[in-house]
Design a binder for this molecule. Sequence first.
Ligand code: FES
Length: 169
Amino acid sequence: MNDQSTCACSCGCITAEDPRFAELKSYIDSLDQNQGITMPVLQEAQRSFGYLPLEVQKFISENTGVPLAEIYGVATFYSQFAIEPKGRHHIGVCMGTACYVKGSQKVLDKLAEELKIKVGCTTADGRFTLEATRCLGCCGLAPCIMIDDDVFGKLDDISRIPDILGKYE
Ligand code: FES
């Protein structure tokens, strides 16, 4: 979750004065520079900032000596990293085979319509991020979605979706 409560300005953006940069610098300095440090530093930055905007990628590059292009390449290759802010609640719509044949595209379309966002995006209020995922491992409940750690199955009746979203304020 992106905790921006320590942001130095009131708009919620990440500024150079953000104390998390100093914390990240301390973390970088604590690492053995002879080991591959890109992954642990990106993981720490992701944990701290909630995502990896360009300012954070540049900071990491300047303080580790790893080229910005390489930082960007790793940040965009691994799904554990995000370069866009994430919502407080993550919705994963299963697009695995069992869910797909039972109508997961309709579920995804309904969610996108309700939230007024495209897949991969976050609502303007920062409440939800909507993503399509691989099999969630509960094919017997197809079509299903996961919101944070909660699974909702048998969603062929998409009229249930607004009520489900309403549980997450
Ligand atoms: S295909 Fe959707 S849970 Fe497995």
